[in-house]
Design a protein around this ligand. Structure first.
Ligand code: FES
Length: 137
């Protein structure tokens, strides 16, 4: 897909690879319905983001940096500061922040909300009619 983007844009493939592998908002592999971006920067780490990541991996069965969970619902990613340090530890799912995820109840509430979300908002390429398989490759 990145080679195709380079061809369409008229740039060298390496230029597309440089951008697409630098920014975490580009998904280079298929992802689940919900991409949980877990902040791993200092303040969140001090407030338990490592433990939160381990707990999310245990509950969902997905692994950070790996593919989606077996049920296709969750993909876990670690990201840098989400600019909500005062509410650490923080997870971003699309435009929504889940904050102070330092209790079992708060983590379960987030996952329950996401599991019960029948539809998520359409992604930009979906609005244009492109399938995920094309957008994610
Ligand atoms: S360190 Fe996590 S939001 Fe800033």
């Amino acid at each position: 897909m990145q080679d195709l983007v380079a061809e369409v844009l008229g740039v060298k493939p390496i230029e597309v690879y440089e951008v697409s592998t630098f920014y975490t908002m580009f998904n280079l592999k298929p992802v689940g319905k919900h991409v949980l971006e877990i902040c791993r920067t200092g303040p969140c780490q001090l407030r338990g983001s490592d433990e939160l990541t381990a707990e999310l991996e245990r509950i969902t069965g997905a692994k950070v940096g790996g593919g989606p969970s077996a049920d296709g619902l969750f993909t876990l990613k670690e990201v840098e500061c989400l600019a909500a340090c005062g509410f650490a530890p923080v997870v971003q799912v699309r435009e929504k922040y889940y904050e102070q995820l330092d209790t079992e109840a708060s983590v379960n509430a987030m996952l329950s909300e996401l599991r019960n979300m029948v539809h998520r908002p359409a992604l930009p390429w979906e609005e244009k009619g492109l399938p995920n398989a094309v957008a994610n490759n």
